[in-house]
Each structure stands twice: as structure tokens, then as C-alpha cells.
Design a protein around this ligand. Structure first.
Ligand code: ATP
Ligand code: MG
Length: 413
């Protein structure tokens, strides 16, 4: 893609009310557009990042047998009444609306009950189990505070998966596999080293729920970690946890963190409340064992921004970067010819290139390259051409080396 064709522009201006670093940088670099507090639109650059994150998550969910679906945003009141969660005092983030005939509807803040209601129509017998479904969907939540940029939206993208089982043992096996799949997701997103599976507050140090927390200064949670032992404990269960783990509080480091995912083992609780049963091989009716698995897609993008950005701008890990290379062209006809050729060659090799073909000053192009944060910058200039070289600069280290074109292609390929 050519920068001259991108409708977004980099900008020095950010909305005055935007305090979160992730949103400020993403707005300045032209990745998101702020619609209102907690509500953001994604431009081509931002959408590419989201799609890359989704691709990684999708591959890992497919690998554990997840079947992708997409549910609706409009939900029936009755769907949530069965579990008591239509009540605004039970769920305080509902957005609700009405049909013209005054029938009340909910705007999906979650799809737990909605998916179970649907699955009930398909899963009737032990032969239909186990099964698991997932989706990427926009959730709508009337969050009280929305000061963390895209890390806490009133509208945000979540991956939610649900697995259904005939027995507790079968669920446990699947649940452990899902934890491994989640770890692979965070590794591939580049945040694996700082992401911990914690003992979640809701489950009070049982094995019924787990959070995936990434150490991040902009996060809203507090975590106590033991990096060598790879242990992380939520503040809420700290006292119980240290007792159980046989460690001292002083061994744990207190850090800020962001919940990038969580998983719950409902056992048969939810299906008993909703009356969801299957016919077992002996002909008896039994409640289905259920677990749910969430990942905050847009929150993960925000966390990546917060963790890697520097004073010059965004820094994307290669796996999620919208483009691998930012190609800068400086100079006259020969530079244009050579840059055009390189763009065509890299693109034909499947390397994603954002080509800065604008007639801007070199300083402007370099600053934009840094602000936008692609992992590799390649410069083609008249002066370099005289020496038979190109310049390759890594975004993370800022290190620049001069290479021949074939050396560069080999390096990037
Ligand atoms: P939190 O404690 O942060 O409010 P939650 O417990 O409400 O999260 P879930 O409803 O289980 O979270 O959602 C699953 C995942 O979706 C979370 O782990 C988080 O990564 C993400 N998420 C939750 N709320 C938001 C939000 N308002 N904006 C962006 N991502 C969110
Ligand atoms: Mg919440």
C-alpha cells in the first residue's frame, strides 16, 4: 500500500479528553478515530492490526477444535431472564433498547446465555459432545469509566469461546488444552513473557476460573508476581495464595496489569439454571458441563501499544504489525524507479510494505515511519544509490545498516 493513498494522515493533535497513551498514539498515527469516550473506529492501519491479532487467535482456537460462528448483537430479554441476568442490578453494564411495539431487547454485553440457548437446539445427545464454538464479536457495555483508551471500551471486540462436555473429566482435559492455546496466543502476540495465568478473584483460588494478566503500567489491575517461579497472584486472594503456595509475601513483586483474557469452568451450574440437558448413552437426561473462554482483542492491541511504544511512537511486534516494512523514498527519478522496483519485488514475495511515495521532506517521512511503528524501515535515496546500497533500520533498536538490494531481500525474506 502507498502512503499517498491512505486516507488517514498522521497528526500532532489528539482530542483534549484523551489521556490514555495507547489511544493518543493510535489516533496520532492514524490507526483509530475517536467517536466518543470509550468508543473508537478502526481505520485501515488499525483494522490490519486487529485482523492480525484475530488471525492468531483464530488459528489457535481452530487448533483445539473450535468452530467459528457469529451471534447477534440484538438479544431477547427472555434469554437472560432464565439466569436472572436481565436485571440491571445483577448486570450493571447493559445497554437496552426497544422494538416499535415496545418489546424490550438487550444489546449484547456478553453472549453466554445466547450461545447456550442456541446450542441447546443442536446438542441433544452424548454423541453431540464434546463440542466448542467461538466468535469474534463487538460487545457493548455501559462501563462506568472509559479512561484507558482501547483497553476499556464501551464497544470492544472480544473473542469468546464456549465448550460443552458430557463429563467433568472431559471438560478438565479440554480446559487445560485451552490454557495452553491461550499461552501460545500471547506468545505469538509478543506479550507472552509478561503474561501470567493467575488465580482469579471470582474463583477464590480454586481451579474454576483463571485470568490471563499482562504486566502493564496502564493496566487497571494489581498483580503479585514471582518471575522465576512463574507465579502470579491477584490482590484479592493474596493472603490465601501465599499460604497455599508456601511462599512469603515479600518474595512477590507488586505490579500493575491488564486482564487480556479469562476462562471459567461453570461445571453444570449454568445448564442446570437454564435447563440444558443431553441424553447420555444409558438413556438418562443429564446437565451439560460448560466452560467459557474470553480474550479481549482490542484490549490486547492496546496492551501491545502500551508495552512497546517509545518516545518516537508505536512499535509493533512483527506478528501483528499492519505492514512489515515502511519503505521511504528520497530523491529524484532514479530513487523513484528503484523504490518502485523494490516495492514490487518485496510485495511479490508476500512481504507487506507500506511505501512512502509522498513528496515530503525526509525528516517528515522518517518521523512518520517511527510514529507508525512498522518493524523495518528501508530507505532508498539518491546518495545511497550512488554507493549501490539501501538502508535498513530496525524500529526496536533504531540500528541502521547499509545493504545491497539482494542482501536486504534475503534479510527480510
Ligand atoms: P474487566 O474486569 O476488565 O472488566 P471482565 O471480567 O468484565 O473484564 P469478561 O466479561 O470476562 O471480562 O471479558 C473477557 C475479556 O474481554 C476480558 O478478559 C478483557 O480482556 C476483555 N474486556 C472486558 N471488558 C472490556 C472492555 N470494556 N474493553 C475492552 N476489553 C474488555
Ligand atoms: Mg468488566
Amino acid at each position: 500500500m502507498k502512503v499517498s493513498q491512505l486516507f488517514t494522515k498522521t497528526s500532532k493533535n489528539v482530542p483534549g479528553d484523551e489521556t490514555a497513551k495507547n489511544a493518543r498514539l493510535l489516533i496520532q498515527a492514524g490507526y483509530v478515530y475517536k467517536v466518543m469516550a470509550g468508543v473508537y473506529a478502526y481505520t485501515p492501519l488499525g483494522l490490519r492490526v486487529l485482523e492480525n491479532i484475530k488471525r492468531i487467535v483464530r488459528e489457535e482456537m481452530n487448533a483445539i477444535g473450535g468452530q467459528e460462528i457469529i451471534m447477534s448483537s440484538l438479544q431477547r430479554r427472555e434469554t437472560w431472564e432464565t439466569t436472572g441476568r436481565w436485571d440491571d442490578e445483577v448486570v450493571d453494564v447493559w445497554f437496552k433498547t426497544k422494538l416499535k411495539d415496545d418489546t424490550e431487547l438487550g444489546l449484547a454485553w456478553s453472549h453466554e446465555e445466547a450461545i447456550m440457548e442456541m446450542m441447546q437446539q443442536f446438542v441433544k445427545s452424548y454423541k453431540d459432545l464434546p463440542t466448542s464454538v467461538y466468535q469474534f464479536q463487538t460487545k457493548l457495555r455501559n462501563e462506568l469509566r472509559a479512561k484507558s483508551g482501547i483497553m476499556r471500551g464501551r464497544e470492544f471486540v472480544m473473542k469468546d469461546m464456549y465448550s460443552l462436555h458430557a463429563s467433568a473429566e472431559d471438560l478438565d482435559t479440554y480446559y487445560s488444552g485451552a490454557i495452553e492455546a491461550y499461552n501460545r496466543v500471547y506468545d505469538r502476540l509478543g506479550i507472552g513473557d509478561d503474561t501470567y495465568v493467575t488465580f482469579a478473584s471470582g474463583g477464590a483460588f480454586t481451579k474454576f476460573s483463571h485470568e490471563f494478566q499482562t504486566i502493564c503500567d496502564a493496566g487497571e489491575d494489581v498483580l503479585y508476581v514471582h518471575r522465576e517461579k512463574n507465579i502470579a497472584v491477584n490482590e484479592e486472594v493474596l493472603d490465601d495464595a501465599v499460604k497455599e503456595l508456601g511462599i512469603e509475601k515479600s518474595e512477590l513483586e507488586k505490579v500493575k496489569s491488564a486482564e487480556v483474557g479469562n476462562i471459567f469452568n461453570f461445571g453444570t451450574d449454568k445448564s442446570e439454571t437454564m435447563g440444558i440437558r443431553f441424553t447420555d448413552s444409558d438413556g438418562t437426561q443429564k446437565p451439560i458441563y460448560l466452560a467459557s473462554y474470553g480474550i479481549g482483542i482490542t484490549r490486547a492491541m492496546g496492551v501491545i501499544v502500551e508495552k512497546f511504544a517509545d518516545d518516537k511512537g508505536l512499535v509493533w511486534p512483527e506478528s501483528v504489525a499492519p505492514f512489515t516494512v515502511y519503505l521511504v523514498r528520497i530523491g529524484g527519478d532514479e530513487a523513484t524507479k528503484q523504490a518502485d522496483e523494490l516495492y514490487a519485488e518485496l510485495t511479490s514475495k508476500g512481504i507487506e510494505v507500506l511505501y512512502d511515495d509522498r513528496d515530503e521532506r525526509p525528516g517528515t517521512k522518517f518521523a512518520d515511519a517511527e510514529l507508525m511503528g512498522m518493524p523495518h524501515r528501508v530507505t532508498v535515496s539518491d546518495r545511497l544509490i550512488e554507493a549501490g546500497k539501501l538502508e535498513h533500520t530496525e524500529r526496536t533498536s533504531g540500528e541502521a545498516v547499509q545493504l545491497t538490494r539482494s542482501e536486504l531481500v534475503a534479510r527480510l525474506g
